[in-house]
Ligand binder design. Structure first.
Ligand code: GBH
Length: 477
């Protein structure tokens, strides 16, 4: 039966205003020092706890380490050019290796270490890329670990001194500072190890440097020392940095997603989010540990003073959140808690990383909750992205179709949040390049640029084109 089919005409939504982001939105990519720099023992750099940890056989998949990593320390010019030309980024979130600046953690600064970040920042400015500096992305000077690391309250003060020093030295060009990246990850991963629910009752165990296994009471004190360090650093940046310095943290917020979008479910998800983050974001923004947290921790609760709480809650200019996955799905309940967590189904979709539960809605709800719970006026998504099984195909390209799917889905939800008026000012994609993925070594690729770790060749992936077009339009591509 022959029909004369009319060819379908589909309008390509090139100018679809409905998916636009606010004007002046920062489109960034992110990395961290230990994961990309390499040059682990050059230019008077001190050892970090990650040098020590990775050099011990058995800690990292394939016994990989960050000795060379992406060799970014020597190739930063090429990498900045890539960000500008191939990714179109207008912002870059990098971290500073504390042991490059203070090889012994405190004391005499190392001019050569500082010089690297001066040159990097100058290169970024010349490329029209706004630098966002993270002061602590887990590479603690080993000398400070030898004095107890974050178990030792004095480290908080040492961190503030180092932070103030950096704000003073870079402050004429760097306006945005993040104190600490993911309190929860380095505290729980490094000082106890953490178990993550990934669906179907399956649990994945994650660990990191310095590889300790503290008791719950000791761990809660480490949490407290870390938020105290953040507060002292905020004060040091304000007093020693430039007058227009902006400062905040970048935390891996635990996110409760309402199963259904009704006011009751949303309320329940907000309550859950506040309690889930009681040990970090909530105390940082409220200056108090919630009653439920103190009750739950009981005799293991951290020891603290009222003065500590004031320091911890030093006023911030923005809230930075790393958003990858939903942590719990929530429905309302009639008990005192007011919410109930429902199980994540065994067949729930995942991205490649063992822990990576897939749900774009989490990047809609995370900033929403931050605004409704704490009234934040400025929010950054400091990380978002996924790993994938990327390979270079015979034609020399890398077809990461799943990452493009992931980014489009998450950005669509983020755009929805900005359209609601949630004050999200920028988005940083993790990561600018494949890099050293902690315990997974080089086996887990999060970049939108592929790295051949044998030759250090950089190949922008399909997702790099997607990102570049998104930035160009300032809308989901
Ligand atoms: C971030 O860590 C890091 O900042 C970055 O260095 C890293 O490379 C990147 O993401 C990709 O992994 O959320 O309760 O299920 C995220 C590392 C944080 C992921 C803890 C797994 C499990 C705990 N991890 N998360 S939970």
């Amino acid at each position: 039966m022959a029909t004369t089919a009319k060819p379908l005409r589909i309008d390509i939504p090139v100018a679809n205003d409905e998916r636009k982001f606010p004007q002046g939105f920062f489109w960034g990519v992110a990395t961290s020092s230990y994961q990309v720099e390499g040059a682990w023992n050059e230019d008077v750099k001190g050892l970090s706890i990650w040098d020590t940890y990775t050099h011990k056989p058995g800690n990292i998949k394939n016994n990989d380490n960050g000795d060379v990593a992406n060799d970014h320390y020597h190739r930063y010019k090429e990498d900045v050019a890539l960000m500008k030309n191939d990714l179109g980024a207008n912002a870059y979130r990098f971290s500073i290796a504390w042991p490059r600046i203070f090889p012994n953690g405190t004391g005499e600064p190392n001019a050569k270490g500082l010089d690297f970040y001066n040159r990097l920042v100058d290169e970024l400015k010349a490329a029209g890329i706004e630098p966002f500096a993270t002061l602590y992305h887990w590479d603690l000077p080993q000398t400070l670990q030898d004095k107890g690391g974050w178990q030792n309250r004095d480290i908080a003060k040492a961190f503030a001194d180092y932070s103030g020093y950096m704000a003073e030295k870079l402050g004429d060009r760097v306006k945005y500072f993040f104190t600490i990246n993911e309190f929860r990850s380095f505290v729980e991963g490094g000082y106890q190890g953490l178990n993550v629910q990934v669906g179907g009752g399956k649990i994945v165990h994650l660990g990191g440097a310095p590889g300790l296994q503290l008791s719950n009471g000791e761990l809660n004190q480490v949490r407290h020392n870390a938020v105290l360090g953040h507060g002292l650093a905020v004060q040091a940046i304000r007093s020693r940095g430039s007058a227009d310095a902006k400062v905040g943290f970048a935390e891996n917020m635990l996110i409760a997603v309402p199963v259904i979008e009704t006011p009751e479910y949303v309320k329940a998800a907000e309550k859950a989010t506040r309690e889930l983050n009681a040990d970090f974001i909530t105390v940082l923004l409220e200056g108090r540990y919630t009653d439920a947290y103190l009750k739950k921790t009981g005799k293991d609760a951290p020891k603290f003073t009222d003065d500590d709480l004031k320091i911890i809650a030093s006023p911030l200019d923005f809230v930075g959140i790393n958003v990858y996955k939903p942590n719990i799905y929530v429905e309302p309940s009639n008990d005192a808690q007011g919410y109930r967590s429902v199980p994540i189904n065994a067949s729930h979709p995942k991205m490649q990383a063992s822990w990576h539960v897939f749900d774009p809605e989490c990047i809609y709800w995370a900033p929403h909750h931050v605004r409704s719970l704490w009234g934040a006026k400025s929010i950054f998504i400091t990380e978002n992205g996924c790993s994938a099984s990327d390979v270079v195909s015979p034609d020399g390209r890398v077809y990461d179709s799943d990452r493009v799917m992931f980014l489009r889905a998450y950005l669509t939800q983020l755009q929805r949040a900005t359209a609601d008026g949630v004050p999200v000012k920028g988005y940083f994609l993790w990561s600018a390049q494949d890099n050293f993925e902690w315990s997974d070594g080089y086996s887990n690729r999060f970049g939108i640029v592929y790295i051949d770790f044998k030759t250090q060749k950089r190949i922008p992936k399909l997702s790099a084109s997607f990102f570049r077009e998104t930035v160009r339009r300032n809308a989901v591509a």
